[in-house]
Design a protein around this ligand. Structure first.
Ligand code: ADP
Length: 192
């Protein structure tokens, strides 16, 4: 089973993806994690994307599609969870093609719905907690970058909601509930 977790920054996609990994043996493909790893290891691509990410803007389709292609060609999995990908219609088309090349398809898209004020609070709170605990803080977890991340989401990513709805693949889940309730709602959608 291959699914997409869709939703604005701070909606809880990563948290829920981890549950699916633990409980269903699926593999999480987070383009955000891959890009941060490239940045941290200082690869040429990592250096190119670092500024773009810190601002909260989207990196190019070409780069993220390349990252996903590489994973789909090499990783064997009992289903993939796409987290933070696709973020544009071009990425969505590329994902369809990449899955078709493997003889696979997309089984569903789960949209985590949350309101914007909660998102900003969550992200700025997450950064403050990390800082107080002496942990690294993401360069884009601040109010300025968050504003750009939200604008990018509404301009470029939210059209995917209508697109997958029209294809009959979208399920909306309230992302404002307790983590355990969101988790239960996702399980129910995926068939227990
Ligand atoms: P969040 O969902 O919390 O914003 P991510 O970890 O998914 O965080 O992404 C962090 C940043 O990485 C994005 O703001 C963007 O710069 C870049 N990024 C991640 N995935 C993509 C993608 N699919 N397309 C373009 N840029 C991406």
């Amino acid at each position: 089973m291959n699914i997409i977790l869709l939703g604005p920054p701070g909606a809880g996609k990563g948290t829920q993806a981890r549950f699916l990994v633990e409980e269903r043996g699926m593999v999480q493909l987070s383009t955000g994690d891959m890009l941060r790893a490239a940045k941290d290891s200082g690869t040429e691509m990592g250096l190119i994307v670092a500024d773009v990410m810190a601002r909260g803007a989207l990196v190019t389709d070409e780069i993220v599609i390349g990252l996903i292609r590489e994973q789909l060609e090499t990783v064997k999995a009992n289903g993939f969870i796409f987290d933070g990908f696709p973020r544009t219609l071009a990425q969505a088309d590329a994902l369809n093609d990449l899955l078709a090349e493997k003889g696979e398809s997309l089984d569903g898209v789960i949209e985590l719905e949350v309101d914007d004020e909660v998102l900003v609070e969550r992200i700025v709170g997450r950064a403050a907690e990390a800082a107080a605990a002496g942990q690294p803080v993401r360069a884009d977890d601040n109010a300025d970058a968050m504003k750009i991340r939200l604008m990018e989401y509404y301009k470029k990513t939210s059209p995917l909601i209508g697109y997958y709805y029209a294809k009959g693949q979208l399920t909306k889940i309230d992302g404002l509930g307790e983590i355990a309730d969101v988790k239960a709602a996702i399980s129910k959608t995926l068939g227990g």
